[in-house]
Design a binder for this molecule. Structure first.
Ligand code: IMP
Length: 181
């Protein structure tokens, strides 16, 4: 991809806000009174997590985990590992994983298996975006923000080579050619 990439808005900040509100309402309904542990997947989920938890008006804990995903390209190696682990005890907790995107599903599926082995009381997945057209392994999503086309997304925490995370809207890169970003 050239360095002249121009992000174009796919979902405006007000649409994101409305979607995060809807997700918070769904989560509130299911977790009120349960004291869940929300686990954000770094780095992409940090902005979504920050907005989401401000709308959850009950006691909860937050932790973050970082797993390897894409390097500098778009193709997933299929190899996933934990780069930065959790600080919280997962056993017996109601765990809600907060993702930015489920693409091939390899990362999320690895992560859910990793957490399941730690014997949480329950384990659910909330993702802001889902790109089902690229799925390689099936992933069950409990709370879904947006279903997105097969385009490379940036903004609202999502990056391309660590850039564009700070954009307040979810965007696609203008001169994208599938498979070469
Ligand atoms: P998966 O293992 O293919 O599902 O990919 C998961 C990870 O890849 C996400 O957590 C993101 O870090 C990254 N990723 C996948 N698609 C995109 C995208 O469109 N924009 C930015 N990052 C992406």
């Amino acid at each position: 991809m050239s360095s002249q990439v121009k992000p174009q808005i796919l979902f405006r900040r007000d649409e994101i806000e409305a979607t995060v509100k809807r997700l918070a309402a769904e989560i509130r309904e299911d977790y009120h009174g349960k004291y869940p542990l929300l686990i954000g997947v770094l780095k992409g989920s940090f902005m979504f997590m920050a907005d989401l938890i401000r709308l959850l008006d009950f006691p909860l804990e937050v932790d973050f985990i970082q797993v390897s995903s894409y390097g500098r390209g778009r193709l997933s190696s299929g190899r996933v590992r934990v780069v930065q682990g959790l600080h919280s005890e997962v056993r017996g907790r109601d765990v809600l994983v907060v993702e930015d995107i489920v693409d091939t599903g390899l990362t999320t599926s690895f992560l859910l298996d990793y957490l399941r082995k730690k014997k949480p009381a329950s384990l659910r997945l909330c993702t802001l975006t889902d790109k089902p057209s690229r799925r390689q392994v099936s992933v069950s999503i409990d709370y879904l923000g947006f279903t997105v086309p097969d385009r490379f997304l940036v903004g609202y925490g999502l990056d391309w080579n660590q850039k564009f995370r700070n954009l307040p809207d979810i965007c696609v890169l203008e001169d994208e050619e599938p498979g070469v970003v």
